[in-house]
Design a protein around this ligand. Structure first.
Ligand code: LIP
Length: 318
């Protein structure tokens, strides 16, 4: 009988190429031409490209790994993850950015088993930055190599121009090693997201927490260096894994937004805990997350400080 244990390296290598294929579908699409449609409300959008990419990815995975399950943003009725071997896919994470042709978007593909993400691929086709990780094998960024010198530009009237041939470089994450210690919220650059739920308890909790994080001492705030709202959960996780964002907090996004980033953060020495105080063991489909970068010290302190700055409890259905 065949060994049921998933071959994570084989899965990783297949997803790596699949993400690049999906990336060219995204860059060759013109979002301003194909109208987006609303899902839950006017800030929760989907385009024909989201659906086309998910179709291509799900049929490719079904052909290669027929016995594995699939949880995709555009085809799933619930965000709940089962223990079965499952691909968790967001065809375009950052659809609102895509609709506005703002190039901070990614395809996010994770493989989970027993409800634990074990392989993660996040690819921004506009920057050609591909983040990838296998549980226990480290996290990497594969990106076009920065040419060390720019070739001479053609003088006026000269037609032949040697394009810059760039190779790709694979770099282990975090980018700074050893990763500098975390110095608490006051020294932190933090990612948050507004999401598409714009009233009610979660909205109150979020907006009060944003001002609690940013406010100065006279407001009882934590006076973080600043807050960034970039519009893609998956890329936010990758920036935390790189080490240039210290933390990322969000409630309301789904397993397909964070599944791949989760493995990449953990394999870069970072931590994923729950978005509410005391949630040390969050589930990937729990819909509230606090992600903290890898560091030579200060990680637990940062988590406690962050939870201490929260103004309420996030509550979400799956
Ligand atoms: C988005 C997430 C983002 C969240 C948005 C949305 P989508 O995913 O990446 O973090 O704030 O509400 O869920 O819909 O672009 O795949």
């Amino acid at each position: 009988m065949a060994d049921p244990t998933p071959n994570l390296q084989e899965i990783h290598d297949f997803l790596f190429l699949l993400a690049i294929r999906a990336g060219s579908m995204i860059t060759s699409a013109n979002p301003t031409l194909s109208p987006s449609t609303q899902k839950k409300n006017s800030s929760d959008l989907v385009t024909e490209t989201d659906k086309a990419v998910e179709d291509m990815v799900s049929s490719s995975l079904k052909a290669k790994f027929p016995s594995y399950s699939f949880l995709g943003e555009e085809t799933s009725t619930s965000g709940a993850l089962t223990p079965a071997p499952t691909f968790i896919v967001d065809p375009i994470d950052g659809t609102t950015n895509f609709v506005h042709a703002h190039p901070y978007i990614s395809i996010s593909i994770a493989f989970a088993y027993e409800r634990r993400p074990l392989v993660g691929i996040v690819y921004n086709p506009f920057t050609q930055h591909l983040y990838h990780a296998i549980h226990g094998k480290g996290a990497f960024l594969t990106a076009p190599s920065i040419p060390t010198s720019h070739p001479p530009l053609p003088s006026h009237g000269e037609s032949k121009f040697e394009p810059v041939l760039s190779a790709y470089t694979r770099t282990r994450l975090p980018l700074k090693s050893p990763a500098p210690p975390l110095q608490g919220l006051k020294q932190a650059l933090v990612a948050i997201e507004w999401g598409n739920e714009r009233s009610g308890n979660n909205w109150e909790t979020k907006t009060k927490t944003f001002s609690s994080l940013a406010g100065d001492d006279s407001t009882g705030g934590s006076m973080v260096h600043s807050l960034r709202s970039l519009g893609s959960a998956a890329l936010n996780c990758c920036a935390v894994a790189r080490g240039d964002l210290d933390a990322y907090w969000e409630g309301g996004c789904w397993a397909w937004d964070v599944g791949a980033g989760w493995v990449i953060v953990e394999e870069a020495g970072g931590r994923v805990v729950g978005g509410n105080e005391g949630e040390w063991k969050p589930s990937v489909d729990g819909r509230r997350y606090l992600v903290v970068r890898g560091a030579e010290g200060g990680q637990e302190q940062m988590i406690h400080e962050f939870w201490g700055a929260l103004k309420g409890n996030l509550e979400y259905e799956q």
